[in-house]
Design a protein around this ligand. Sequence first.
Ligand code: PGA
Length: 249
Amino acid sequence: MTNNNIYFVANWKMFGDVKSVNSLNRVIKLTKSKKYKNIKIIYCPPYTLLDRLVGKTKNYNIDIGGQDCHFDMNSGAFTGSISSTQIKKLGCKFVILGHSEKRNEGDTNFIINKKIKSALNSKLNVIFCIGETKQEKKRNKTFEVLKKQIFECLKNIKIKNNLLIAYEPVWSIGTGNVLYHDDLRIVVNKLKNIVKKKYNKHIKILYGGSVNTKNISELKKVNNIDGFLIGNASRNVNKFIDIIKKSSN
Ligand code: PGA
């Protein structure tokens, strides 16, 4: 990992209820320790828990984010959706966009581009997910796919420090398969170079996909990643804390 702030994003997906809120107590305690002053924890719970988690963490070094938003930042007749403005007004600072599970539900690069614009206009920071499928990897299309996702989703967007990229190979999410060592370092390096060349901006890159308490010791050795987007393991507070502690050793 880099020597900069290390990000740990907890993506709870469609899990959790009001009882889950108390699991943050131990994480809050951890953030008070000087040893962990360089870590940035962001919880992305389902919409139903955003308000409670914002209240719970407002005096601590933990930020809250949504897992998606509508592309229209204004109010509107969009049943089932939530706008970036609504998320921002709750006190959230982040939103995940472009996650492969939302892409599976129909989000194209074009739609994601509109959602990112909406989120940035609402002054939310964006955790922008990209990743290749197993078939694309097999056909050696990884960089072609990642480049296309970056260029199309970030079209006409001025990148500042308000956007992080989460590289999540689709074949790695929820499967236990992980990209390690030089293989991961090379992808991250290329992604940073692609962004630098096109947007003249140094971008932070998180890795996501089956990050757990066992593989974190190897993953943290990859010296150019800026943190992790953690799904399954983030819902168990013991595991989440273990991952943070092992990353910081
Ligand atoms: P996982 O999910 O850690 O359960 O693989 C990661 C993600 O989908 O963001």
